[in-house]
Design a binder for this molecule. Structure first.
Ligand code: ACO
Ligand code: ACO
Length: 156
């Protein structure tokens, strides 16, 4: 099976529950997830009927969209699905007339920073202490304390 060929990406249904287990992989704050879900689009990636990926994107200015959350089920990570979801967002919002797409991640998220840059995003700025100011618990990843948010953008 070629995963990317069999992957089906669709918008979440109006009465469908958001996949919180997946969304929590990308963002440990349930409260923040529920808050941005209210004002965003949520897309699900299905493989043979199973939801294995998700991204949530919302408008942050007249012609800019932000990906607030992107996640792939652990067993399916590292197979190109995250990149496929990112490119789905890039193509979708470019067609919709947006001019730029932004994404933010932690200073400790080495793999994510690699992925976003490979997908054409460039580092724009750093929100120092974002994760210590807005998240109750300390977050560690790759042995690094996650404190600052690195913001990246890509022209559409
Ligand atoms: N150095 C260099 N490249 C790396 C590294 C590294 N340390 N780690 C990953 N990469 C590259 C891979 O080589 C690959 O690039 P390639 O296709 O050129 O080989 C790419 O990054 C990974 O691509 P995918 O396989 O498409 O990624 P995956 O399907 O695993 O999805 C994701 C990535 C969404 C980050 C997934 O791992 C995940 O769900 N992680 C947990 C949740 C998470 O951290 N989400 C993002 C938080 S930030 C936010 O949501 C806005
Ligand atoms: N993810 C997580 N941690 C990583 C990763 C990764 N992708 N890559 C490296 N690390 C960590 C290692 O795990 C280790 O941490 P740990 O001790 O907690 O396990 C640490 O980074 C590497 O430590 P060392 O083994 O001490 O590093 P090394 O002896 O290889 O020296 C150096 C690093 C100087 C960068 C060397 O690799 C080198 O000479 N590279 C080529 C030249 C270079 O790039 N120099 C720096 C350019 S910038 C400048 O010069 C100012």
């Amino acid at each position: 099976m070629n995963i990317e060929d069999d992957l089906h990406i669709r918008q979440i249904g109006e009465n469908e529950e958001a996949p919180m287990v997946l969304l929590t992989l990308a963002d440990p704050s349930d409260q923040r997830i529920r808050s941005y879900l209210k004002q965003s689009d949520c897309y699900l990636a299905e493989l043979t009927g199973e939801i294995i990926g998700v991204y949530v994107a919302g408008k942050i200015s007249r012609d800019t969209i932000e990906i607030y959350n992107i996640a792939v089920k652990e067993a399916f990570q590292g197979k190109g699905i995250g990149k496929h979801l990112l490119m789905d967002a890039v193509n979708r919002y470019s067609k919709a007339g947006y001019k730029a797409i932004e994404i933010g991640t932690g200073n400790s998220s080495i793999g994510q920073l690699a992925l976003y840059q490979k997908a054409g995003f460039r580092i724009d700025c750093i929100l120092r202490d974002f994760f210590t100011d807005y998240y109750e618990d300390h977050i560690y990843e790759n042995g690094i304390w996650c404190r600052d948010m690195i913001r990246l953008n890509r022209t559409l």
